[in-house]
Design a protein around this ligand. Structure first.
Ligand code: TUI
Length: 314
């Protein structure tokens, strides 16, 4: 069984995190992943402090294993949620879509393990200086808010730039992806899209069906013009958004058009107006299954790949 430093640091069985997906990763999904031996992570997304507190309580009722809280730094409630993490003594905080430096001292003083998502070498170096415990190197194959670099290019450069443990994310959905991440120097992986098909994932059935039917070229990136590129399934909404984007619409118009689109996908399953965030590996998600089974399949799948990895070397 694969065990790494990140397992000891966080008290988890497998070095596998579930991404803190906004609107998707609630207390129930996070608890299921933690019960399965991985690190479940509640995605605060745009929730306010009280909503986050409620999801933490739900997770605590369902598991006594460690779980994390992802703080989306572009959220208007990020500061509020950062405080809730301290008050609730959350064990692990991950951050996304920005620079969490200003919260670091408070989190560290509360004994929280802080693991920011970094999408560049400069950000990895900065996070090392300000006291992060590990970093997540997330390539642009991922769903949602994406950086410029791919996982293949980002992970080895982040591993060279920092002595902190590196978790690889973006484009990983099975044992081969995990093995590749380890070979690039990572000590753990984070999977998002693969967990959209988890039995305990409460997204609308239309969302699950879309993921299960996806093919290789099924995603697209919009929002490059506003500086906030987002990857989603190529449904009606991103196509319309893209048309608006390239017709010269202002950032305000684009933001107004985009507001609520993720909720429409996750809660309503609205195939016309919803934004079905997804990574590029959606086509490799084959069936609905319990989170614990996904974790076991992915991690056990990595072992024979790693053992056979050198068979081509003479
Ligand atoms: O954050 C994510 N993925 C997300 S957030 C999200 S909610 C959202 N909804 C609408 C528009 C935008 C976001 C959906 N998916 N992944 C982690 C991630 N972080 N990817 C890239 C980054 C990142 C980017 C820049 C991290 C740090 C960073 O620093 C830039 C700087 O200098 O502040």
């Amino acid at each position: 069984m694969i065990k790494t430093v990140i397992c000891d640091m966080l008290g988890i069985e497998y070095p596998l995190f579930q991404g803190g997906m906004a609107w998707v990763a609630d207390g129930k999904l996070a608890a299921a992943v933690s019960n399965g031996g991985g690190l479940g992570i509640i995605g605060a997304g745009n929730m306010d402090g009280d909503m986050v507190r409620k999801q933490i309580q739900i997770a605590r009722e369902l598991t006594d294993k460690p779980f994390g809280l992802n703080i989306m730094l572009m959220s208007p409630f990020a500061q509020d949620v950062a405080k809730v993490a301290v008050e609730e003594k959350v064990k692990v905080v991950t951050t996304g879509a920005g620079n969490p430096s200003k919260y670091m001292d408070d989190w560290k003083a509360a004994g929280i393990k802080v693991i920011p998502v970094v999408a560049s070498v400069a950000m990895a170096k900065l996070m090392t200086r300000v006291g992060a415990d590990a970093v997540i190197a997330e390539g642009g194959e991922s769903g949602g808010h994406v950086g410029e670099l791919t996982t293949m290019v980002l992970v080895p450069q982040i591993c060279d730039a920092t002595d902190l443990p590196v978790i690889a994310a973006g484009g990983i959905a099975d044992g081969r992806g995990v093995a590749a991440a380890f070979i690039l120097g990572a000590v753990g992986v984070q999977l998002g899209t693969r967990f959209l098909s988890a039995t305990e994932c409460s997204i609308h059935q239309n969302y699950k069906d879309k993921i299960l039917k996806a093919t290789d070229l099924c995603t697209m990136v919009t929002g490059k013009k506003t500086g906030h590129p987002v990857r989603a399934l190529r449904t009606n909404f991103p196509k319309e958004y893209s048309k608006l984007e390239y017709s010269g619409a202002s950032d305000d118009e684009l933001n107004a058009f985009g507001t609520g689109a993720l909720r429409k996908a996750v809660v309503d399953g609205n195939l016309q107006e919803g934004s079905f965030l997804s990574g590029q590996i959606a086509a490799m998600v084959k069936k609905e299954q319990p989170a614990a089974e996904i974790i076991r399949e992915v991690m056990e799948g990595a072992e024979p790949v790693l053992k056979g990895a050198l068979k081509w070397v003479k």
